[in-house]
Design a protein around this ligand. Structure first.
Ligand SMILES: C[S@@+](CC[C@H](N)C(=O)[O-])C[C@H]1O[C@@H](n2cnc3c(N)ncnc32)[C@H](O)[C@@H]1O
Length: 279
């Protein structure tokens, strides 16, 4: 089977920051930490989406450093240009992470936040990360673990039941999340001193609609797959998601808890997700 690129098109870029970016942003600090980026570093960010990791890297490298921000999708590179275009320490380029056009050993650090699993051949991508890193440079990448612990993985799994032609692509999104797998791939690419960890974050939404609106507007690849479904399938996927998340339909302001029970601010929200990513 020919593996297609899971690049994000124009429509997927719209609304990205409110849905996907809100989640991916939470996993950027540990990724930058893992990459050990310091002032003066030359950093390559691969699969930038709207450029949030690159933006954080620019702060770390400071005025003496440089960040090259790349994505295979011209639409996303243009989106990222809106965020990063004014920064003199940043260059943007459309690049396939599996076939980078950069010289060998050009970068001190390579970042790839939530992008590697979209590559048809992640091993080839990692070999490229290794090639462009200087000796002693560090690559840091993160991938989702399981559909149950991702922002929209369960929605995507439900979409796959109504669009079997999409099922293989959707499975691929979680294909690198199993314990030990990413480490094996990194080592096979020639990277050494591999450290792996699972990061867990909690995200809360004030209502089911607040959670699902971005998907309905077509944001990210999950949104694109959703809006491509016929109307009855869309309705069914939406209802499955609502049930799956245990939405009671209210605003969540007064949900649960007795008077004697201490409630955290998060508990005021009806939709709470524990997300986990491997990096
Ligand atoms: C979920 S987004 C992650 C974006 C960003 N790193 C973030 O943290 O928000 C995945 C991105 O991978 C890009 N992508 C998919 N295949 C790619 C490839 N072969 N090379 C480079 N980018 C790719 C998509 O276009 C999309 O922008």
């Amino acid at each position: 089977m020919v593996m297609t690129e899971l690049q994000f098109r124009d429509t997927a870029a719209a609304g990205y920051d409110q849905v996907v970016g809100r989640m991916t942003a939470q996993f950027i600090p540990p990724l930058l930490q893992a990459a050990r980026i310091v002032p003066g570093h030359r950093v390559l960010d691969i699969a930038i989406g709207t450029g949030i990791a690159a933006e954080a890297a620019v702060v770390r490298v400071g005025p003496s450093g440089h960040v090259v921000a790349t994505d295979i999708s011209p639409a996303l590179v243009e989106r990222a240009r809106e965020r990063l275009g004014g920064l003199s320490a940043v260059a943007l380029a459309v690049e396939d992470g599996q076939a980078l056009t950069f010289q060998a050993e050009r970068f001190d650090a390579v970042l790839c936040n939530q992008g590697l699993m979209y590559f048809p051949d992640p091993a080839r991508g990692l070999a490229e990360f290794h090639r462009v890193l200087r000796p002693g440079g560090r690559a840091a990448t993160s991938v989702p673990t399981t559909p149950e612990r991702s922002l929209t993985g369960r929605v995507h799994a439900s979409i796959a039941r109504y669009a079997p032609s999409k099922a293989a692509e959707i499975r691929r999104i979680f294909s690198l999340g199993a314990e030990g797998h990413l480490r094996l791939l990194l080592e096979a690419a020639g990277l050494v001193e591999v450290e792996d960890a699972i990061e867990v974050v909690r995200m809360a939404f004030p209502s089911f609609d607040a959670y699902f609106n971005g998907v309905e507007r077509g944001a990210g690849n999950v949104g694109q797959d959703y809006v491509a479904l016929p109307e009855d399938a869309r309705r069914a996927v939406r209802e499955e998601a609502r049930r799956d998340l245990g939405d009671a339909g209210g605003t969540g302001r007064d949900r649960g808890g007795g008077q004697d029970r201490q409630r955290t601010p998060l508990e005021h929200f009806p939709i709470m997700l524990d997300l986990a990513q491997r990096h």
